[in-house]
Design a protein around this ligand. Structure first.
Ligand SMILES: Cc1nc(C(=O)O)sc1CCOP(=O)(O)O
Length: 198
């Protein structure tokens, strides 16, 4: 199945690198999400990822649109508060992959109509990342997948098992953090996502 791995800024970068060394070959697309790092630090991390064997095309940078463009990365992932930039960004950079995170049907429709290549919809299941807010559930996901045409990636608490349920609810793919970063065997887990095994 199609899946994105999202970096986790709560985990020291060198620990993430250790995990990536085990599973990088299985990761088709890495979403670099580090909302608190300086641009200089982010650039160092990107360079490290390139040395690990990722291509620029495989890297999607969260939030920092100008940096993603300047560094020639494959894509930009917008926060929901940035989706008003979608149309102009896509027009100026048609070959870049531009996605966004949304949390309701209206925002998903907006992204779909303004040129997004994909949209994350979340959070579908309970996740430590959104502590205290229960997952919105598979019906919420299904309502969005049935009403927008842009490819939807389910995010939030997705595991290799629940990924299948997300596809059944119409998702094009999934985006995950802890399923890989907390896995005892990241390579096996990554393979399971790729193959769509439970
Ligand atoms: C990065 C992110 N965005 C979400 C959203 O709902 O927009 S949930 C989430 C966390 C995903 O981590 P995990 O796979 O460990 O639950």
């Amino acid at each position: 199945m199609k899946w994105h791995l999202i970096t986790d800024e709560q985990i020291p970068f060198h620990i993430q690198v250790r995990t990536l060394k085990q599973c990088a070959k299985e990761v088709e697309l890495l979403h670099v999400r580090n909302q608190h790092a300086s641009l200089q630090r982010l650039r160092q991390q990107i360079e490290h990822l390139l040395r690990l064997g990722f291509t620029k095309q495989q890297l999607i940078l969260n939030y920092h649109t100008e940096a993603a463009i300047a560094w020639g990365l494959g894509g930009i992932h917008l926060k929901e508060t940035q989706v008003d930039q979608l149309h102009d960004l896509k027009k100026a950079h048609p070959t870049m992959t531009i996605g966004a995170s949304v949390h309701d049907l209206n925002a998903a429709q907006y992204c779909s109509e303004h040129g997004a290549d994909y949209v994350y919809v979340g959070h579908v299941f309970d996740t430590p990342s959104k502590h205290g807010t229960p997952g919105r559930g598979l019906d919420f996901l299904q309502n969005i997948t049935s009403n927008v045409s842009v490819p939807i990636y389910a995010v939030g608490g997705v595991t290799t098992h629940s990924a299948t349920q997300c596809l059944e609810a119409g998702a094009h793919g999934v985006a995950v953090m802890s399923a890989i970063w907390q896995s005892d065997s990241p390579k096996t887990t990554a393979r399971q996502f790729t193959k769509g095994d439970q």
